[in-house]
Design a binder for this molecule. Structure first.
Ligand code: SF4
Ligand code: SF4
Ligand code: FES
Length: 360
């Protein structure tokens, strides 16, 4: 196995690992903005620069492949000075106030500027990145907080495979756009919202919570759940305002757990990410109902409802045999729930008539 020296320690590394991979494995924190472990490195934001002995210029740890015998420093005075200067430069056309910059998603640039104690008085110029009107209902883009790191563009191309957005313009005018500045609805965009999830500054944001004036993401509580739009079992985080709906709690938005932590690896589809309003719909059943002799549904307890259902099913089996029973599950249930339905049918009722809509 190859070896290098990292902050005066000898470390083994596997072929193809970047300096960022090696440092992360050692528990060393290197700041990153444009890096995403699922994407090809771009080396765009320059926040992860480290020193390699014998090289005049610092090098981006996210893009530099480790080599045998390298001597690398991830922390020293020069690197600190670089991080401070870089953040100060970014902040010269970036909103300084959290209320403005973080109306929706968190802004990691503000966190990093504070962490490195970046001077905030290097002058200020109005951001020049162009905006465009977009009537799509879900994805908002705020050019003022964009740092042109292209994470959204690379995600759209490399993960989603649709290339609906691109970098457009030059220099300070560089912005995120579509072909002929069309609405995302008129492009190949699948409204997966992945560009929102990967954006480090919140420049890509979810429209609905902004339009509804809901709390910013930092003030919400994340509750891990399983998406119920299909049986794949993607994990998602419900971002809940605990005080919403008169203290009953309200789902404000859905985000994906970080890449590498769940089976969906930080990805969601349009339904999983944006179709959450049904949870609080007034017509939604929120308690069990049983039909009484008057023929009308009445609210009851779960114990009573389950007992009545069991009695009914056992009654049919007694009168007509187990073959008279049929159990239909749904592809919107999780794999585990579908397993339990067939187990109940076969083991408890001795019935083999089990079906699920995805089987056809
Ligand atoms: S929503 Fe998905 S498909 Fe549309 S631009 Fe963003 S990443 Fe690309
Ligand atoms: S919108 Fe966000 S992810 Fe896209 S380039 Fe701007 S800062 Fe980067
Ligand atoms: S994270 Fe390495 S250059 Fe952006």
């Amino acid at each position: 196995m190859s070896k290098l020296t990292l902050n005066e320690q000898t470390i083994c590394f596997a072929e193809g690992e970047t300096l960022l991979d090696v440092a992360s494995r050692q528990g060393l924190e290197i700041p990153t903005l444009c890096h995403d472990p699922r994407l090809e490195p771009a080396g765009a934001c320059r926040s992860c620069l480290v020193e390699v002995a014998g090289e005049r210029l610092m090098t981006p740890a996210c893009a530099r492949v480790a080599q045998e015998g390298m001597v690398v420093a991830t922390e020293n005075e020069r690197i600190d000075r670089h991080r401070q200067t870089l953040m100060a430069l970014y902040m010269t056309d970036h909103p300084h106030e959290r209320e403005i910059s973080e109306a929706g998603s968190p802004d990691l640039l503000l966190d990093m500027a504070a962490e490195f104690d970046a001077p905030m008085d290097w002058g200020w110029m109005e951001p020049m990145r162009g905006d465009r009107e977009d009537r799509n209902p879900y994805v908002d883009f705020n050019p003022d907080t964009c740092i042109a790191c292209a994470r959204c563009v690379r995600y759209c191309e490399e993960i989603e495979g649709v290339s609906a957005i691109t970098l457009a313009g030059r220099g300070s005018h560089t912005t995120i756009s579509t072909v002929e500045e069309k609405s995302l609805l008129d492009t190949t965009c699948e409204l997966c919202g992945g560009c929102i999830d990967v954006c480090p500054t919140g420049a890509m944001n979810e429209k609905l919570p902004l339009m509804r004036g809901q709390k910013p993401e930092r003030e919400l509580v994340k509750v891990r759940s399983t998406c119920n739009f299909c049986g794949v079992g993607c994990q998602l985080d419900l971002n809940v305002d605990l005080e919403g709906r008169d203290g009953q709690g309200q789902i404000v938005k859905v985000t994906s757990p970080p890449p590498g932590t769940t089976t969906n690896d930080g990805n969601l589809c349009v339904k999983g990410r944006f179709a959450y309003d049904f949870v609080h719909h007034k017509d939604r059943l929120t308690q069990p109902l049983v039909r009484d002799e008057d023929g009308v549904f009445h609210p009851t307890t779960w114990d009573d409802a389950l007992e009545r259902a069991a009695e009914g099913l056992l009654g049919v089996a007694e009168r007509h045999g187990a073959d008279a029973l049929g159990f239909v599950s749904s592809s919107r249930c999780t794999m585990e729930e579908n397993f339990l339905v067939q187990k109940m049918a076969r083991a408890l009722f001795r019935a083999n008539h089990v079906h699920q809509c995805a089987a056809t």
